[in-house]
Ligand binder design. Structure first.
Ligand SMILES: Cc1cc2nc3c(=O)[nH]c(=O)nc-3n(C[C@H](O)[C@H](O)[C@H](O)COP(=O)(O)OP(=O)(O)OC[C@H]3O[C@@H](n4cnc5c(N)ncnc54)[C@H](O)[C@@H]3O)c2cc1C
Length: 762
């Protein structure tokens, strides 16, 4: 989403394709926050040193991460009005520099702010589009240049043209045949914190066009994945972020012993866990849970955590004597007391109260983190002794103290490796040269963090390299001189070079999604597919015409002319009129209109002379092109009429969607409120409003009758009590039933037989 916003800011047009039903990815799950250095000196000094110590990252990429982080964070905060009020020192960082907002959901806050901006632009213009449930399956390439991508939605394949920026996240979704199975088979039995989209698609797509990958074996785990009380073996788990341990939570093993520095690096904690008896418990005393009240309540509601009214109750559940808990807390409090003494603080943990914090240069007998010494024997013996404490509880209070506790286990969190990228976020080939037209950012890239990303640095990576990738893609289109040019045209110049767009300034609404090259190869055997491709080709003419205003009729010619297109028009008329096949029909209509103007003839659509003219006029650029048959022209004229009807339908539907707070981009996109607790769909809304026309249109444009709202009801459930002859009920009954067949046969428009069925009331 950083990429999309940055492209818009640079004057480009952007299409966001997301295979999930909502664009949020793992980014929305981040709870620790986003890290950035506190000053430019920190950026180039200790921040980089911390990164190098943790993961041994590529010097060039980590330098960029540090150098760009401050300006990029200012961009994020200023442009999206974000507020990161809380800062914490997470393991591996030598200073507190991981920021989050007060509500403890920094990933969601950042991601939603970015998405909302794109959605707003998409509502009012065509500069941005978001298509969800659209899985990119292939990169389109020509002579070594990436010129677009192909994606699948509802079983239908579509192509889009322009530079491609891959941001598909990591590959931490477990399963046989996954990249994880290939590179880290030892982790296959581990649960994962990643959503199911994390299948490493960018890596597969990139490798198909010769991209190099690196460090794929570096997969990071998180020590505190939460075990669900009812589904302990679920392969996907939520995570209790480090903030729980920062607030003072203790980690205990099955015998109730502490076994590590809770604030130590994740890999140390996980190593220690491997030597101790499971299950492991994350225990928050009253003060600690009060600090994270919202999160504790949410986890308790989801049965990932439990509230115990006393230490006795907790001990009983852990099957250990309460005295064990008392002793463990006392030993911990003692280490804290000594650390305070070193700091010369007056604060003492007493029997009557819990003490709050100590971040002092402890001088204890054990080696601590950051070059300090620790008094905590448990963690000190392992070489990473605890020196920082918060909300410490003395043993005597344990039996009557309220606790929040959860069983935890290490889960797969993050993939450090990925596609090799340059300092400009260009995807690199095996030989280190960039693949023109292909960029990448975020978790799908490798080399930024080395083998281990510090907490909060992965979101920073998305921000910094996301902006860089967007800027590079825009430069690829607009050039250093900021002049618009189409994607490279391999047959007009050596691979990887640009055509010099002499004399053409960037159009007000610059577009990068249409190449000038006519790379569509239509398949005579598949006329339905052909037609879609013809209209796709039509869309490309907009760019062509803007760049070649002196070639009259070129657009019309390419729209209707050419051997391949002819085979498409030879398809039976009923197939051609299948509205499903009309790709962006309105663009095509505009093209015809503008072509007419280019020709200097005042013609209306009803005037067939334009089409006849196009059919008989040889193309100035392709003199060998055969002349179209007149019948084909008529068929295309019908298509234009059809397009006008659909255009009106679409406008009415868009108005309905916007008025009711839905995105006009996708009729199946749900509207959520109250942090996702309330969810509904446009079809439900139209059914509730008894709006038969909108129900009809929604069905026509692909609304899924099986969608259920937050109360578990389909749209039909809201109208089934109505009389049988009521139109809304009739429609949902009839098409709802047909729709499953439609989904199976992968053909959207069987839901309503023809466009006339929809358009009759428009
Ligand atoms: C539970 C959890 C907590 C975390 N907490 C933090 C934290 O506090 N701080 C931090 O810095 N990092 C954190 N991380 C790591 C961080 O969230 C991720 O590294 C980061 O969000 C990755 O962002 P991304 O944009 O690369 O991928 P994602 O945010 O995962 O987005 C990838 C998107 O690509 C889409 N996609 C994938 N394949 C395709 C395809 N073929 N076609 C179309 N779309 C596709 C997906 O549907 C998804 O929407 C956490 C990770 C997890 C799992």
């Amino acid at each position: 989403m950083v990429v999309a916003n940055q492209v818009l800011e640079r004057g480009g047009r952007v299409l966001v394709l997301d295979k999930a039903s909502f664009c949020g990815g793992n980014s929305a799950k981040a709870t620790a926050g986003i890290s950035f250095p506190k000053s430019q000196e920190d950026a180039t000094g200790s921040f980089r040193n911390d990164m190098a110590a943790a993961g041994g990252s590529s010097a060039a990429l980590s330098e960029i991460l540090g150098r760009n982080s401050l300006p990029d964070m200012s961009w994020l905060i200023d442009k999206f009005d974000l507020n990161f009020a809380v800062v914490a020192k997470h393991a591996g960082h030598s200073h507190p520099r991981t920021y989050r907002n007060g509500d403890g959901m920094p990933g969601m806050t950042i991601t939603y702010a970015l998405i909302q901006r794109i959605e707003k632009v998409a509502e009012v213009s065509d500069r941005a589009r978001i298509v969800t449930k659209a899985e990119v399956s292939r990169l389109l390439h020509r002579a070594g240049n990436v010129v677009g991508c192909e994606y699948q939605k509802f079983g239908r394949s579509s192509k889009e043209y322009g530079p491609v920026i891959l941001c598909t996240g990591g590959f931490a979704a477990v399963g046989p045949g996954s990249l994880l199975a290939q590179f880290r088979p030892d982790l296959l039995k581990r649960p994962t914190a990643s959503a199911e989209h994390c299948t490493g698609d960018a890596l597969k797509l990139g490798q198909e066009v010769g991209a190099k990958t690196l460090d794929l074996e570096w997969v990071q785990l998180h020590p505190t994945g939460l075990i669900h009380l009812d589904e302990p073996d679920a392969p996907r788990k939520a995570v209790a972020g480090e903030m729980f341990r920062l607030a003072g939570a203790l980690l205990l093993d099955a015998s109730g012993e502490r076994f590590c520095n809770e604030l130590g690096p994740a890999d140390h904690i996980i190593e220690a866990m491997a030597t101790r008896p499971a299950p492991f418990w994350l225990c928050l005393n009253t003060a600690a849970s009060r600090e994270l009240q919202r999160q504790c309540r949410a986890f308790t509601r989801r049965r990932l955590m439990k509230c115990y009214s006393s230490g006795r109750e907790l001990a009983e559940e852990m099957r250990i004597p309460v005295q064990k808990l008392v002793e463990v807390h006392d030993a911990h409090a003692e280490a804290f007391r000594r650390t305070l003494r070193d700091a010369g603080s007056k604060e003492r943990p007493s029997a009557a109260s819990t003490a709050s914090t100590a971040e002092a240069p402890a001088e204890g007998p054990w080696m601590g983190l950051d070059g300090r010494h620790s008094y905590d024997e448990v963690s000190g013996k392992l070489g990473f002794g605890k020196c920082d404490f918060k909300n410490v509880l003395v043993g005597s209070r344990v039996p009557d103290e309220t606790f929040h506790a959860a069983q935890v286990t290490p889960v797969i969190l993050y993939c450090s490796g990925g596609l090799g990228i340059s300092a400009q976020a260009e995807v690199l080939r095996q030989d280190g040269s960039p693949i023109p037209g292909l960029f990448a950012a975020g978790e799908c890239t490798g080399g930024v963090h080395g083998k281990l990303a510090l907490p909060g640095n992965s979101l920073l990576d998305c921000l910094v390299f996301g902006r860089l990738a967007a800027k590079s893609a825009c430069r690829y289109i607009f050039g250093e001189d900021d002049e618009f040019r189409p994607c490279p045209i391999p047959h007009e110049g050596p691979a990887g070079t640009f055509e010099k767009a002499a004399g053409h300034r960037r159009p007000a609404m610059a577009s990068f999604d249409q190449p000038e090259s006519y790379e569509l190869v239509l398949d005579d055997a598949a006329p339905r597919q052909d037609l879609g491709a013809v209209w796709m080709q039509a869309r490309q003419q907009q760019t062509y015409m803007s760049l070649h205003p002196n070639l009259p009729g070129a657009a019309v010619w390419h729209l209707l002319g050419g051997n391949h297109c002819r085979s498409a028009f030879a398809a039976p008329a009923k197939d051609i009129l299948h509205a499903d096949l009309i790709v962006e029909p309105f663009d095509s209509e505009e093209i015809l209109e503008s072509s007419a103007n280019t020709l200097g003839k005042k013609v209306s659509f009803k005037d067939e002379s334009l089409l006849a003219f196009a059919s008989t006029r040889p193309s100035p650029t392709e003199p060998n092109t055969q002349v179209l048959k007149r019948e084909s022209v008529k068929v295309s004229y019908l298509l234009v009429q059809q397009a006008a009807k659909l255009r009106r339908a679409r406008k009415r539907l868009a108005a309905f969607l916007i008025k009711n707070g839905f995105s006009p981009d996708d009729v199946n996109k749900m509207k959520t409120r109250y942090l996702g607790l309330s969810r509904t769909f446009a079809l439900h809304e139209a059914a509730k409003q008894d709006d038969a026309l909108m129900v009809r249109l929604l069905l026509y444009f692909g609304a899924d009758c099986s969608n259920k709202d937050s109360s578990g009801r389909t749209a039909y459930d809201y109208v089934k009590a109505k009389p049988a002859d009521e139109e809304v009920r009739r429609l949902l009954e009839k098409y709802g039933r047909q729709q499953s067949a439609w989904h199976r046969s992968r053909c959207k428009s069987t839901a309503i037989e023809s466009a006339d069925d929809v358009g009759s009331s428009i």
